[in-house]
Write a protein that binds this ligand. Structure first.
Ligand code: PTJ
Length: 252
């Protein structure tokens, strides 16, 4: 039991949940390592949603609302850290939910499906073998996609993705929205819109933004999306980190 007064209470609660879900077979072993990497980058941005991330969240909300066939791709870490927000967001932007795993086993697919269903998901793609298709040129298990979901999607939200698949999805002409705390990762660099923020903070904000923008005219959404520049936003993130560290170094 972690005392509420502990200065890192929230961070410790998240770690405990990941360990618990790892023991239940939902989070992959490498998911625990990935989280540690994410935490290190979260320290660098100050564990808050910074302005460049907010710009990306706004653009991502527009892309999802404008999409004809949006899909939210779900893995072990994403369902553990943001399961309920995945469902809420899918409802507001009318997106399909697809389980897509790097460390793919039948057991993990089924466990993640049952977590999503217990949180209220009505349809979960990526489970039924009958609809299995493959992404060309991709060797990892993540090449297996659902023919009703990612295969025919135009916009895909991929929290905690790997670089190879992000690049493969871009080559297929899809708009890829990544949530990744590491602004230097291949995923962050290859995505169309990169939200450099912790999934725990980014998903509720993405839901709020999509709910607010849902009634906006299409032209307004298009204009926000067209004026978005992912390379410029990634540069803003790096400048933010550099300036923050410089200020901290000067005051210590
Ligand atoms: O459940 P599976 O089998 O699909 O496996 C999932 C993992 C995460 C193990 C798999 O996708 C993987 O190996 O991912 P990577 O290549 O390690 O990339 C994960 C990225 O997510 C890294 O750049 C981390 O910095 C970042 N990250 C980790 N925790 C968070 C995060 N980004 C946002 N929020 C987090 N909480």
């Amino acid at each position: 039991m972690i005392p509420k007064t502990h200065p890192r209470y929230h961070s410790l609660v998240i770690r405990e949940k990941l360990i618990e879900y790892f023991e239940k077979g939902i989070v992959a072993k490498a998911g625990l390592i990935a989280h540690g990497r994410g935490e290190a980058f979260d320290y660098l941005i100050g564990e808050e949603t910074i302005e460049p991330a907010m710009k990306a969240i706004r653009a991502a909300a527009c892309a999802l609302l404008l999409a004809k066939r949006p899909v939210i791709s779900v893995n072990g870490n994403a369902v553990t850290l943001a399961g309920e927000w995945i469902i809420k967001l899918s409802e507001v932007v009318n997106a399909k939910i697809e389980v897509n795993l790097f460390y793919r086993t039948r057991e993990r697919l089924k466990s993640i499906e049952s977590v999503l269903r217990s949180l209220g998901a009505k349809e979960v793609l990526g489970i039924d073998e009958e609809y299995q298709a493959t992404i060309p040129e991709l060797m990892s298990e993540r090449r297996r996609v659902d023919s009703r979901g990612i295969l025919i999607s135009d916009v895909v939200l991929v929290p905690l993705e790997d670089g190879d698949r992000t690049e493969a999805l871009r080559r297929m002409g899809k708009t890829v929205i990544a949530i990744d705390l590491n602004p230097l990762s291949r995923t962050a660099r290859a995505a169309s819109i990169t939200i450099v923020d912790n999934i725990v903070r980014a998903m509720p904000k993405l839901f709020d933004e999509a709910s607010k923008l849902k009634s906006s005219p299409r032209d307004e959404l298009l204009s926000i999306l067209r004026s978005y520049d992912n390379n410029a936003v990634l540069s803003e993130v790096l400048n933010y980190i550099a300036n923050r560290l410089k200020r901290m170094a000067e005051s210590s």
